[in-house]
Structures are given as C-alpha cells and as structure tokens.
Ligand binder design. Structure first.
Ligand code: 5FU
Length: 283
C-alpha cells in the first residue's frame, strides 16, 4: 500500500468518513488550493475584509475568535456568509485543553458558541482522551471535525516523541469519528510506514516565504518544505498574508494594503499548489 502523500486530494475526499474533512478536501480539489489563511487581527471589520480579500484563494479561514475586541454574533453571520460566497471552511484555532466536561461547555457555549459556526477546531491531548469525548458530544451531531495538536511550530515545543505518538494512536483508534487529523509539522501518522488504517489530514502552521521566524519563537518553513518534503496537506499562513495591514504604511493606506494582502494570498496559493502537484507526481 502506498503513502497518503501520493494520493490526490479528490481521491482522498471520496473515501473520507468525517464530513468536515471531506468538505475540506473537496474544496481543496475544486478550488485548487491547499492554503489556509490565519486571520489574527483584533477587529471585526479587518477580519471580514481580509477574508473577503483572500477568500477566492483559500480553502480554510483560521480564526482566534477570542482576540477580536468588538466580537458579536453578527461577525459570525458575516463570516459564514463570506464562507459561502467564496467557498471556504472555517477553523477556530481554540486549542482546547481541559477535562471533557469543561471543554464541551467551552466549545458549545459562552460568548463565542464555537461549535455553531466553526467547521473544524483543535485540542491538545494533555488531559487525555476524555477531551476528545467531551468535544465529540457537541461536534459529532453538527458534523464537525477535530484536529489534535501533535506537533507545534514554535521553538522548544514539548510536542514531540511519545507525546506526538500518543496523539497519532488516539486519532487512529478514535471511535467517535470526530478526529480527522492533526496540527503537525510532518506526516506524523506515517513515521513507521504508510498509514493504511485511516486517512488523517495534516494542517501546518509556521509557513513563510520571506522570513525564517519572529521574535517570539515562531519558526517558518516554505510551502515546498511543508507540502512536498514533509508530506503535510494544508499550509497555514498568517502574517505572511495579512502582514501588509500591520505596517505604518498599511495603517495609513488600507486600500493599498488590501491589494498587497490579496497578492500575497495568490502567491501562497500558487506555491502550495505547485508543491502538491510535485508531490503527487503531476508536475
Ligand atoms: F498550533 C499552532 C502552532 O504550532 N503554530 C502556530 O503558529 C498554531 N499556530 C497558529 O498559526 C498561531 O496561533 C497563529 O494563529 C498562526 C501562525 O501565524 P503566523 O503569523 O503565520 O506566524
């Protein structure tokens, strides 16, 4: 049996049992993009404007909804409308890490009601598999998907060795059907040969074409290193795309900054897709 990395996204979509992962793979194949934009801006209008600018080039918008200062449910409604307009899914990067009961309340309730609008979310396995069961109780009836944080991109991350392996083992033996992949830097499910048990997605942050890192431990690799060399499936790009908005120049002339944001989206989309075509031998 061959590695998951040699299959096309379309082929994998056809056999994917998790509805959110299936929709994501179908969207990737349809739009020819493995780019997810991480929109880490702190006001509602900027968040929506970035999504509108890069929407045509992405399969997935990743949010940190708790950093938005003027959050309200209208933001969620508008974001959902943009996801339909541009054909992308939404991933709230919430990184749940509490006991099952608390995680399930954090996912379903509170101000953000994440489960009601986010197709995909993620969790640390630190509390043990009960965090999966707690979240699955809420997410499975809504056809959502869960990623386990098997590896992180920051320098000195403790997500390695037996911890990473435990994430892989839990994902493979998950009976809820909720776990559909990982946040990881490499093809963690194929460390010991092809994964023939269960198709799992690998979404990878820490991607940049122009710089190697930031001053707070982030480490960047190129789309080619991530998709072709490391066999991951989706590149997650934040400041590499919306960065032009954060400069002094960008704050003064937002219109010009959004032109650059759109161009960066196109650039990362192209780089990610070329790396994928090279990986599956179509280039
Ligand atoms: F799980 C992880 C991780 O290991 N590294 C990350 O960078 C998540 N992230 C997120 O991806 C992080 O919280 C940001 O939202 C985003 C990366 O943003 P950047 O601007 O491309 O560095």
């Amino acid at each position: 049996m061959s590695s998951i990395t040699l299959k096309s996204y379309a082929e994998r979509a056809a056999n994917q049992p998790n509805a959110a992962a299936k929709a994501l793979l179908e969207c990737m194949a349809r739009k020819q993009t493995n780019l997810s934009v991480s929109v880490d801006v702190t006001n509602k209008q900027d968040l929506l404007d970035v999504c509108d600018a890069v929407g045509p080039n992405v399969c997935l918008v990743k949010t940190h909804i708790d950093i938005v200062e003027d959050f309200d449910m209208d933001l969620v409604e508008q974001l959902t409308a943009l996801s339909k307009k541009h054909d992308f899914l939404i991933f709230e990067d919430r990184k749940f890490a509490d006991i099952g009961n608390t995680a399930s309340l954090q996912y379903s309730s509170g101000v953000h009601k994440i489960a009601s609008w986010s197709h995909i979310t993620n969790a640390h396995l630190v509390p043990g598999p009960s965090v999966i069961s707690g979240l699955a109780k809420v997410g499975v009836p809504l056809n959502r998907g869960l990623l386990l944080l098997a590896e992180m991109s920051s320098a000195g991350a403790l997500t390695k060795g037996s911890y990473t392996q435990a994430c892989v083992d839990e994902a493979k033996k998950d009976t809820t059907g909720f776990v559909c992949g990982f946040i990881a830097m490499s093809r963690v499910d194929e460390k010991e040969g092809p994964n023939t048990e269960k198709d799992l997605l690998i979404l990878t942050p820490g991607v940049g074409l122009d710089v190697k890192g930031d001053s707070l431990g982030q480490q960047y690799r190129t789309p080619d290193q991530v998709i072709r060399e490391s066999g991951c499936d989706v590149i997650i790009v934040g400041r590499g795309i919306y960065g032009p908005l954060m400069t002094e120049e960008g704050k003064k002339d937002k219109k010009a900054a959004f032109v650059k944001v759109r161009e960066q989206g196109e650039r990362y989309k192209k780089a990610g897709w070329e790396a994928y075509l090279a990986r599956i031998g179509q280039k």
